[in-house]
Design a protein around this ligand. Sequence first.
Ligand code: PLP
Length: 374
Amino acid sequence: MHYKIHLSPPHMSGRELKYIQEAFESNWIAPVGPNIDAFEVELCQYTGSRYALALSSGTAAIHLALLTLGVGKGDIVLCQSLTFVATANPIMYVGATPVFIDSEPITWNMCPNALEDAIVHYLSIGKKPKAVIVVHLYGMPAMLDEILYLCRKYEIPLIEDAAEALGSEYQGRKAGTIGDIGVLSFNGNKIITTSGGGAMLSDNAKYIEKARFLATQAREPVTHYEHAEIGYNYRMSNVCAGIGRGQLEVIAERVARRRGNFQFYQTSLSGMSGISFQDGFTDMLSNRWLTTVIIEGRGIGPFYIQNVLAEHAIESRSVWKPMHCQAIYKTLPRFGGSVSERLFDRGLCLPSGSNLSDDDKKLIARITCDGFET
Ligand SMILES: *Cc1c(COP(=O)(O)O)cnc(C)c1O
């Protein structure tokens, strides 16, 4: 399918080129160099995190977060079920078992009640979970007060998968800086991109130090090549970090545009009975990475609207399919009800790029409304 309007395409600012030029001129074409150091500092300045580590992907960041927290073979990790598969796969990389937690219906993220049921269950059989991974889906922060309270009460570290939530806020603090470790992604479809990349955030210097060591082949600090642990090649390229620096300069505009998309869709579609939107609480600010709607009643489902949009070469996507419904994970334990399954059945992500024109938006809204009327 060749789309005219994409779901979430890259949006270059033009400022990236200056940093790429610098990389070429200084010949720092490597996973070390001044753009990487500066990008990490600028990520800290923007998010308020004490430390940041630039990596080759968000998936690598989750993998390193788990390793840093000492998660390994046979351990239990409690993971939000409604998410992209990259949240859960690293749990398998380290030989641990993911246990999937259902969502609550407001933010669509991890349900604190289901989380506590899972924690209590595993404690009762003498198997304390090693970590919790919460996701801020489509940019909407999860119920972090409740989730952090449980993590502190039971002394389980919290990883925030903020891959979709750069620029989102919870009680005035940036997503990814509230748990013990935060994860960002700069993949091509995210709110800002380095073409491919990610980062790990933490206020804990030891975690960042450990992850940096593992990301560079676990090379011991001696003059020859000495290795006492298995490492990885997970650092970001200095060229990619240059793209990231140019993108980070315009992050505020990108967040404003995506939030504007949401407001437009909400205004033009909320009159239709049968459409509702992913919501938040007053202390949450979503970057609205993707505007997602629930389509109910009238005998019309999201797949119908998706097809109608596709006929006009407009790309839309269903909401993530829950992990506990995936062939690779469906035999694993899960806690909670079927909120995430319902969101998958009824949810649709509308085109949400920060370069979407007003005319594009009007067209999408009109076609969606017409789809409802037929
Ligand atoms: C994109 C994404 C990731 C993975 O990031 P990559 O940089 O693509 O590896 C992880 N979790 C969620 C929720 C994502 O959307």
